[in-house]
Design a binder for this molecule. Sequence first.
Ligand SMILES: [Cu+2]
Length: 172
Amino acid sequence: MLKAFFVGFFALALVSCGGGDANDATPVISVQNATLRLPAPGQTKGAAYFDVINLGGKDVLLSAATPFSSRVELHTHLHEDGMMKMRQVDNVDIDPETVTHFKTGGLHVMIFDMEVPEGAAHMPLTLNFAKSGTVEVNVMIGEAGAMSEHKMGGHKMENKEDTENHDMHKGD
Ligand SMILES: [Cu+2]
């Protein structure tokens, strides 16, 4: 009787210790460098970029949500027929002890029908992870502040020179 108990206990201990690699360790997630690409004039699609820093075991990003939109998707970019195309993905693997970059031309959070409240300096973004649960992120809204005429409190937005070559033809 007692022997059977010990054998059972030993087997259980083996199961819980077996395969104890980095994938089974608890993920330690933090999100940094969150920025927002606002919709182009006349459009409603925006995108959020950030770094997911994982100091622990494997996790999976399942979804994202923001009060600024009712349709938020996880996207990646793929090379197809020599062209870069956006694709929705069901989820994103967050590898152990790795920084996963969400960036222009790669993984991103696509925000459809975006409505940014006037004067908002941040967009709340909720990331839902399989193991870590929800992680709340404050995404900086740079250009929205620059576009609003006057901000309360007398903050002045610096007008940074746009390094991108925009195809804007003035009075052509
Ligand atoms: Cu996209």
